[in-house]
Design a protein around this ligand. Sequence first.
Ligand SMILES: C[S@@+](CC[C@H](N)C(=O)[O-])C[C@H]1O[C@@H](n2cnc3c(N)ncnc32)[C@H](O)[C@@H]1O
Length: 346
Amino acid sequence: MNAFQEEQYLLNEVMEGSLNCSHCSILYPIVDGIPRFIPNAFQLFPEFVKKYVKQLDQNGKGSQRLKDFSKTHGATQERFGFEWMNYPGAMDEDFDIFQYETQIDKGQWSGKLVLDGGCGMGRYSRVAHTFGALVIAMDLSGALVRLWDVAKNSERMHLVQGNIMNPPLAPETFDIVYSVGVIHHTPSARESFKQLSNLVKKGGVLSVWVYGAPGSLKNFRTNPLRADRAGLKPWIILVWFIVVVREWLSDLLRLFTIQMPHPLLYALCYPLAALGKIPLIKYLTFSVHPLWRVRLQENFDWLTPPYQSHHTKEELISWYEAEGFTAQKVLPHGFVPKPGVLGVKK
Ligand SMILES: C[S@@+](CC[C@H](N)C(=O)[O-])C[C@H]1O[C@@H](n2cnc3c(N)ncnc32)[C@H](O)[C@@H]1O
């Protein structure tokens, strides 16, 4: 698009306005071209309030809805917003990681209506868009504004600030819903899963990736990746033990880190990112990525979220079955189990 075309395109977008819900009589603002379906939108955008203050009575400052939202999701929204606004940017590796974690290949996206549930700064929404999908990128935080460079030039990218636990989207709408590393950061991963599954059309696909739990030793031993090592039992037990202890220690550490002001925690993640380069010691940190900026982000990403739950592959598969899906693909476990499942709605 040249500058003139871009201007014409933007003329068709509503850059500022409000959406009034006829069912619930709640007013949601559109700020910078993004509809903000979150109860604290008016707190986040005081300039909008100054301009349109008369219309805001319905979302009064002290409303119970706002209080509940701020208590449950406020810190998640703020801390992830900070994280993703500081992340360096989209990278080449995103293409491979995206296809691996969603288990949906490049050729399967074109022409599909897709929801990225919890897109962060949108690194994977970009990939789905590049593969030809029409993408609705949704996140609780305002960091999705980092996708604006794509959204302003394309009719196939739309941004929504919203909550996957209360999605402002019609049921049974999407060909593909994917959510990478998100639902374990909500107060109930199970409930978030249910809400996302409702948005998938019959015959459509849901792909969800969550943090893994080691589960029982028996379960850990018999996962597909280790079946061929059945003879090496002591090693398997040791690995399982390390994974379990690591999880306990990390939970203990997080009791403190989630209380810290996030800029301070971010500063403390610099030395952790530096340690992530040192052989063996690096495994005491939460990222061994070769790039230090990514290690910084991944350490912070581990230590900052108020909610972080862990799940076994079996648990995730049972959720698919309960919501009327057939689980078709399951990611193999690595040393640390990372469950990712793709299911088709019956
Ligand atoms: C670890 S990040 C993953 C972001 C993205 N999927 C990626 O892999 O780059 C988790 C994201 O989930 C979002 N999130 C957490 N709770 C949410 C909720 N209830 N509704 C929508 N997004 C949520 C956070 O704001 C954050 O951007």
